[in-house]
Ligand binder design. Structure first.
Ligand code: PGA
Length: 255
């Protein structure tokens, strides 16, 4: 069975002081977690301090993006080694805001995935369709294309270091959540792609998160649905209370 993991994607929110305040309060809430994994992905400027505050808790930290190159003339970019140097274990790659607002293609994202794995970072690989693609029944085609590009040449050992996040673009930050049935159908489809490429045991061990307007009110029915192994959360991860509540719901459901 895949580990249930709840991740926060703060996007471009919180100053350094706000991140510190959040983490100090949050740290106390997760000391007794037994099974649920927690990852915080703040803006780059806060990673160092958040790592210091959370280092004796079960929480891990991750970057929200990175460049595929080791170093060089890439103004404003961050490398895998830089993320590792502040103790990041994870990096979000292929988020729909990067794909659609910053024109990141499957090919570009693939290069980052390969670099992350080569450097020992665990990528949280985001897949998901736009509203018009869902409406024209292209969801599975789009997700398969993104999946095929991301996992091409990834070995059985390497895939075990990947998290997949299914995030329908129309549900991100809109308040529209995919129904548990809609989400579960795509999650099961992604699992079937993993079974086809790898084997059932490996596929079952990969965490497939759902993302898109997850909040305390819908977390329970989503996490109880087939093949949903956790969440990637934007808006509701910005407040200690709502983020903690979602983590507690997941922890309770799996116990
Ligand atoms: P949301 O964002 O929870 O605010 O919809 C999710 C995400 O973009 O990862």
């Amino acid at each position: 069975m895949a580990q249930k993991i709840v991740a926060a994607n703060w996007k471009m929110n919180k100053t350094l002081q706000e991140s510190i305040d959040f983490s100090k309060e949050f740290a106390k809430n997760i000391l007794n977690l037994k099974k649920t994994g927690v990852i915080l992905c703040p803006p780059f400027i806060s990673l160092f301090n958040i790592n210091e505050i959370l280092k004796n808790t079960p929480a891990k930290i991750g970057g929200q993006n990175m460049h595929f190159a080791e170093s060089g003339a890439y103004t404003s970019e961050i490398s895998a080694s830089m993320l590792k140097s502040v103790n990041c274990d994870y990096v979000i790659l292929g988020h729909s805001e990067r794909r659609h607002d910053f024109n990141e293609t499957n090919e570009f994202i693939k290069k980052k995935i390969d670099t992350a794995l080569a450097k020992g970072l665990k990528p949280i690989i985001c897949l998901g369709e736009k509203l018009e693609e869902r409406e024209s029944e292209k969801t599975k085609d789009v997700v398969k294309k993104q999946y095929d590009s991301a996992f091409e040449g990834i070995s059985t050992e390497e895939v075990k270091n990947c998290i997949i996040a299914y995030e329908p673009v129309w549900a991100i930050g809109t308040g529209l959540t995919a129904t548990p049935e809609q989400a579960s159908e795509v999650h099961t489809y992604i699992r079937s792609l993993l079974i086809e490429q790898y084997d059932a045991e490996t596929a079952d061990s990969i965490t497939i998160q759902y993302g898109g307007s997850v909040k305390p009110a819908n977390a329970e029915e989503l996490i109880k649905s087939a093949d949903i192994d956790g969440f990637l959360i934007g808006g509701a991860s910005l407040k200690v209370d709502s983020f903690t509540e979602i983590i507690n719901i997941v922890e309770e459901v799996i116990n």
